[in-house]
Design a protein around this ligand. Structure first.
Ligand code: HSE
Length: 320
């Protein structure tokens, strides 16, 4: 009996040594027009991440898919830095000093589809899963917001759906909802990168009361109309006065693309996060909307392709 017990404990220890966890995290589109730094939506495009924690100081990172060759695979890697943050919080950073990480990315890098949020959330979710889930999704939101600086991408990456987030005294709060409408997200992807840092550098430090009121009303109406599933109110709520006018010079033909999307039947269109992807929200004819957006980009000498996504309802999940 004792022999059996020892053998099964050894087998258990061996299986722990070779244990991997795997998670899937959706790409996201932040701002949704008027909701600068507070609205976001999870899209049905995903990055996958596999993790094995190691007791020794050793880091092996493999990247396939989008960004392979451009993403650092050493200590600077954001997935690893996020894992380390969680390990410190859990008091496990001495026990686990290294990791093997395999990433497969479908979310395009630096295009406004939340690639950095998927990396942060992927690292946190995988490490949490590895440790047996000591932290709640709200805890992960706090850690992810601390790393990213604002919650509008990390919130939908964690919770899925359409999210509204605020930060109060450094503490993020968020709720997630699934709209009562079958909204398709049509994302036009131009063939150039725009780092978020560069897109934030062109923003003013102060805005007028008039512009603030313009956005508050639209962000509130957008959220209410999605909750109620009221299509007619969604036709005039995707405009913005706080960030897009300043960023337009970074994306040739941006307003032409918005106009083309609406002419092809979209409810509205906006920058996806800090760009350069542009996103249209539509119930009808998503393919025609995507074609029209690419044509408008082309007329402005920008090559682009488009994707049609649904809204992801799950957020980051562990997968077998
Ligand atoms: N809310 C952010 C911005 C999203 O517009 O700069 C990009 O991280």
């Amino acid at each position: 009996m004792e022999d059996y017990k020892e053998a099964s404990q050894a087998a258990e220890a061996d299986s722990q040594k070779d244990r991997w966890v795997k998670v899937r995290v959706p790409g996201t589109s932040a701002n949704c027009g008027p909701g600068f730094d507070c609205l976001g939506v999870a899209c049905t495009i995903y990055n996958e991440l596999e993790l094995k924690l190691l007791p020794e100081k050793k880091l092996v990172i493999e990247v396939s898919g989008d960004g392979a060759g451009n993403i650092p695979t050493d200590e600077r890697n954001i997935v690893w830095r996020s894992i380390q943050k969680l390990l410190v919080k859990a008091g496990k950073d001495k026990e686990y000093q290294g990791a093997m990480i395999r990433m497969h990315n479908d979310v395009p890098l630096s295009r406004g589809l939340g690639s950095s949020a998927t990396a942060i959330v992927g690292g946190l979710k995988a490490a949490n899963e590895y440790l047996g889930n000591p932290f709640s999704r709200r805890d992960l939101l706090q850690m992810a917001t601390d790393i990213e600086g604002h919650p509008d991408n990390v919130a939908p990456a964690i919770f899925g759906g359409f999210t509204v987030s605020i930060v109060r005294n450094g503490k993020p709060e968020c709720f997630s909802l699934m709209p009562r409408l079958n909204i398709k997200l049509v994302v036009a992807v131009p063939d150039f990168f725009l780092p978020t840092k560069a897109a934030r550098a062109v923003l003013p430090t102060e805005v007028s009361m008039q512009d603030a009121v313009f956005n508050i009303g639209r962000a509130a109406m957008l959220t209410a109309a999605l909750c109620k599933g009221n299509k007619s109110f969604l036709r005039s709520v995707f405009d913005d006065a706080l960030h897009q006018p300043y960023r337009a010079k970074l994306i040739p033909g941006m307003y032409d693309v918005f106009k083309a999307a609406k002419s092809a039947g979209a409810l509205g269109a906006s920058m996806s996060g800090a760009g350069p992807c542009l996103i249209a929200f539509t119930v009808d004819n998503p393919e025609a909307v995507g074609e029209a957006m690419c044509q408008a980009f082309k007329a402005n000498k920008v090559e682009a392709c488009y994707h049609v996504f649904d809204i992801d309802s799950q957020g980051a999940v562990a997968i077998k």
